[in-house]
Ligand binder design. Structure first.
Ligand code: GDP
Ligand code: MG
Length: 683
């Protein structure tokens, strides 16, 4: 059976994706063992796999980033990308997807993981990436194949196409029938399956299953439909052609099965990839790669090794890339390649030039980042796969434990952000806090561990400060007087201020209403400065906003008055006035949009109400059947850890975005607590 797509397809790039803990890392290990890339198959539980080799991954016993490993199967090169399944690390998967030829979606027949499976499938469907489903852990399966498929079907927008059916012996799966090949195999542990003859009952169930596979295929192939209706057995080649074509067109999702821990079903999977997955020609076309003699590549991942410097993992989409070539991206020069490497997890091996289709690591491209399209031509190639990271949903404020590490922390953070664009950072100008936003608790924890581990910085973590403000509800006129006569030169400043509350969001205004020069003009800016000084910390401890202050009267002294004296007078006026103006706390309110499966909407509703949210409405999520968008106004203090509750109410798949909307008054007990906490912190 030869390749049926015209011409050789070259080196392939395949992602292993799917829900958390479905066996992707184990499957990668099985593939590497089966192809001879490694001598012995390690296990996740013993911490001996090629994937998850970083300290953080081993420590948490989960994938926290993509693992890249290249193997050779039947003379062709395959690079596998083992993607993390956890929603908190999903950005690493999203960054590699556009450039792959096909995805293997590893899953179990487990309804608790259905929502996550659906999320991954949608991502692939939207990007039009051909995908196989690999039903793993069938050694533990207690449902019939047909039942499993029925359970999983809602996760896919296109029909799941059963390619194999299991063979049972004493209720244990001992092998499978390949419905396209019409051949039966028995599993052998860590060895290729053995072909056996089908008998009696097995022949019948094989026929039924094969017929329903063909029926599904025939939905997109009229000739096949006619053959089926006329009871003409379609030629095997035609079936294989259809399988490959319909996979490529994304109109079906073929289902294979196996046991990754025992390397069962792995060879069939590899053969399916070999014969049916498209190659770089089709992928380049999907990405709009321009044909030319120049090298074009896209960066799938970036990381900084402790000793080897920066590595950019890239797939060559056109031409070839060799050492020392200078590459550019649409943002300018990316750098000069210092070494082309083959990857097997954390081990790198220097190699010769990389040909089209290959996935390799390029050394020291200082200005390349994940998602960049690199090219060697004079004109940079347009970006083939623009990357939009999800906005952060959880934040921590961090600082170096030791002052001397401040600069080092800044540098390390910028490297970390370069590796992981789903982390964002901003410096709060008021509190000087460094606030890092990420995709969840584990994501932020791993980021902190990396800073400690890789960059050797001890850091402290805190909850970020909420941006409370305060304002006043009553107007007042107040005199502010500063008079000091000690020895020689005295100080004298005297002002009368008219202070008024203003509508929300109007900020601060200052007006000079002095007539007759009772306060000389040159001192007036100092009065305003003094007022601003005092407004930084109102009587409740927070910045004061939405007030209008007019300078209406005052007096001066020919010798003792000065800028400083008037500045102090302005400050005194405000400081004495505000406590008499019924100060009130303001809290930031954000417009929150939660996206969740419809069945979770009621729970989400309850969560929002429990957090002082004001629900504005529900909508169905566009293009996402069975999902809702819930909109609400929520206080910032309640958003801090909102994601944790949303995820627990939605089997991990719910998410939200938020945007500042307005400041609202906060009174009563909650306000008192905030003011008390602020006082305690200031002492
Ligand atoms: N029984 C059984 N367990 C499996 C199989 N594949 C993986 N596992 C186990 O499932 C757990 C999660 O595997 P892992 O490869 O880390 O999943 P990932 O999160 O998808 O990468 C580990 O304890 C594996 O040993 C399988 O085929 N059968
Ligand atoms: Mg994993």
């Amino acid at each position: 059976m030869g390749d049926r797509e015209s011409g050789p397809r070259g080196p392939r790039c395949i992602a292993l994706v799917g829900p958390f803990q479905s066996g992707k890392t184990t499957l990668l290990e099985a593939i590497l063992a089966r192809t001879g890339a490694i001598q012995r198959q390690g296990t996740v539980d013993a911490g001996t796999t090629v994937g998850d080799a970083s300290k953080e991954a081993r420590h948490h016993k989960m994938s926290v980033e993509v693992t890249v490993a290249t193997a050779t199967f039947m003379g062709d090169s395959y690079t596998f990308l083992d993607c993390p399944g956890s929603v908190e690390f999903v950005h690493d998967m999203r960054a590699v997807l556009p450039a792959i030829d096909a995805a293997v979606v590893v899953c179990e027949a487990d309804d608790r993981k259905l929502a996550q499976l659906q999320l991954v499938m949608r991502e692939l469907e939207d990007l039009k990436i051909p995908r196989f489903l690999f039903l793993n852990k069938i050694d533990k399966a207690d449902t019939q194949m047909r039942e499993s498929l029925k359970l999983l079907q809602p996760a896919s927008r296109v029909p799941l196409l059963l390619r194999q059916i299991p063979i049972f012996k004493n209720e244990i799966i001992t092998g499978f029938v390949d419905l396209a090949l019409e051949r039966a195999f028995v599993y052998r542990e860590h060895a290729p399956s053995e072909v056996i003859a089908l008998d009696g009952e097995a022949i019948e169930s094989q026929k039924d299953a094969r017929f329903s596979m063909l029926e599904t295929l025939a939905d997109h192939d009229d000739e096949l439909m006619e053959q089926l209706l006329a009871d003409i057995p379609p030629p095997r080649d035609r079936v294989f052609d259809d399988l490959a074509k319909e996979l490529r067109d994304g109109v079906v999702c073929p289902v294979l099965m196996g046991v990754a821990t025992r390397t069962n079903g792995v060879l069939r999977l590899l053969k399916a990839l070999r014969h049916e997955s498209p190659g770089i020609a089709a992928t380049g076309k999907r990405l709009g790669v321009k044909a030319s003699g120049e090298a074009v590549a896209t960066v799938l991942k970036t990381f900084h090794t402790t000793h080897g410097g920066k590595l950019s993992i890239a797939r060559v989409l056109n031409g070839q890339i060799s050492d020392s070539v200078t590459l550019s991206s649409p943002n300018g020069e990316a750098g000069r390649v210092a070494g082309v490497f083959k990857l097997l997890g954390q081990s790198t091996e220097k190699r010769g030039p990389a040909a089209v289709g290959e996935t390799i690591a390029l050394g020291k491209l200082d200005n390349a980042k994940t998602g960049d399209t690199l090219s060697s031509g004079k004109q940079p190639h347009p970006t083939v796969a623009a990357l939009k990271p999800y906005p952060g949903v959880l934040a921590i404020a961090i600082s170096a434990k030791e002052r001397k590490d401040d600069v080092k922390l800044g540098l390390a953070l910028s490297k970390l952000l370069e590796e992981d664009p789903s982390l964002t950072m901003f410096q709060n100008p008021e509190t000087h806090e460094m606030v890092v936003w990420g995709q969840g608790e584990m994501h932020l924890r791993v980021a902190a561990e990396r800073l400690a581990e890789r960059f050797g910085i001890a850091i402290e973590r805190r909850r970020p400060t909420v941006g409370y403000r305060e304002t006043i509800r009553k107007p007042i006129q107040q005199r502010g007087r500063h008079k000091k006569q000690s020895g020689g030169h005295g100080q004298f400043g005297d002002v009368v201020l008219d202070i008024k509350p203003q509508p929300r969001n109007s900020g601060f205004t200052f007006e000079d209403k002095i007539t007759g020069g009772v306060v000389p003009r040159n001192y007036i800016p100092s009065v305003e400065e003094g007022i601003l000084d005092a407004l930084k910390h109102g009587p409740l401890g927070f910045p004061v906003v939405d007030v209008a202050v007019a300078l209406i009267d005052g007096s001066y002294h020919a010798v003792d008055s000065s800028d400083m004296a008037f500045r102090i007078a302005g400050r005194i006026g405000i400081t004495e006035a505000l406590p008499q103006c019924q100060p009130v706390l303001l809290e930031p309110i954000h417009m929150v949009e939660i996206s969740c499966p419809s069945e979770a909407s009621t729970k989400i509703n309850a969560i929002l109400s429990g957090r002082r949210g004001q629900i504005l409405g529900f909508d169905t999520r566009e293009g996402w059947e069975g999902w809702d968008i819930v909109r609400a106004m929520m206080p910032e203090s309640e958003i801090g850890d909102l994601i944790i509750e949303i995820r627990s109410a939605t089997a991990g798949v719910g998410s939200f975005t938020f945007k500042f909307d307005h400041m609202a008054e906060l009174t009563g007990k909650p306000a008192e607590q905030i003011v008390a906490a602020k006082r305690a912190a200031a002492e």
